[in-house]
Design a protein around this ligand. Sequence first.
Ligand code: PHE
Length: 442
Amino acid sequence: MATRGAWGSNTGFILAAVGGAVGLGNLWGFAYSASQGGGAAFVVLYFGFVLFVGVPVLTAELVIGRHTKRSPIAALAAVGGDRMKWLGVFFVLVGFGILSFYSVIMGWTGRLLVDFVRGAVPEDTAAHFGAISEGIGAIVAHFVGMIITILIIVRGVQRGIERVSVVLMPTLFFLIASLAVWAATLSGSGPGYAFYLQPELSELFEARTITGAAGQAFFSLSLGMGAMITYASYLPGRGSLPAKAGLIALSDTLVAFVGGLVTFPVIFHFGLQQEVSDSAIGALFIAVPRGLLSFGAAGQYVGIVFFSTLYIAALTSAISLLEVVSSAAIDSLGFSRSRAGWLGGAAIALAGIPGALSSDWVGFLFQLVGQACLVLGGLLLALIVGYVWKDSARAELLAGFDHPGLASAWIWLLRTVVPVMLAVTLYFSVVALGPVARALFD
Ligand code: PHE
């Protein structure tokens, strides 16, 4: 077997993993979900879910990855025997499916970025979005995103993924912080914050709010499909995995929160609430550009910064998705890295074409693979680590983390709270498949 890649430094690993986690889900899904159900109550629920379900599952993925030093298929076979490798195969298919629609959305982002750079965003941003989101243009933008992603993956873990993350992630943090400061100066910022964060306690106990927070957290943290197993498989040495999991989850959640502090003031400054309540995509790709247009030249600069931020976020996530697929082909089929990257990437590019022709298909895939499958994957992982593999998992966790009591609490969470919460979430995310599936045929 060819020598496996490894991270050059701990910071490199953290930035790459945060890059995988921080993505369109943070900047597009989080604030939208908060505004649709619960406001600040949603945010609190989300934090709780990240802490008690997200971090334990993330830790489990890091433990499996570092212990086995394999990509998901081989890693799960090592953990649970040959039968378990099918869960790894499922993970790789989910990664494939997510990237096939994620890259399409990344393409829309890239297209709007180019339009802002050229100063060519038309007044009617809704019609413009309609035109660029489906058709040849959308296919081209999706292919361009896939090619950039492939070019980074084939350069390897350290020279490709790590190098890019170390530059792009600090840039992203800086850009989003600047945007939040700018948004605070807008006259609509007060009502915007209020709409985003107004606690709606009545909505807090609705199943929709609770499971919405759960599904959003899973997607945002990239859990339940082996991305974090894969990245942790390149971790050399020891060190505390819960500390890493905590840092990744905290950064991801912070970016999501700050993302809302950017989007909502813009929307309220221009009274664009209607677009937002229609859809999350409307908020990002229609309302925000429309708001920015009325600023003239300044708006153009902000638009460039805003869509660059989104593109960076999307790209580093796309990289982590393609790495799951490629590393599986490398480990399980014996492909070279460049063959795995190009073949896997080309197959995903082709599979993404239906999404570039119909945004309903994107919505359906998001609900199916981006929600239901991730939650199912996380549920199975929690059960495997909590019940089948717990002794080795405990030993691996304790290497570099000398807190036996916390290790026991972690296993306990994986056996109880986590599977119960995820089973309920799974039920609701399957129920939510109905409407998005029907939209396909309208
Ligand atoms: N976490 C990414 C986001 O928020 C999406 C993603 C999901 C990436 C699963 C990898 C794996 O946009």
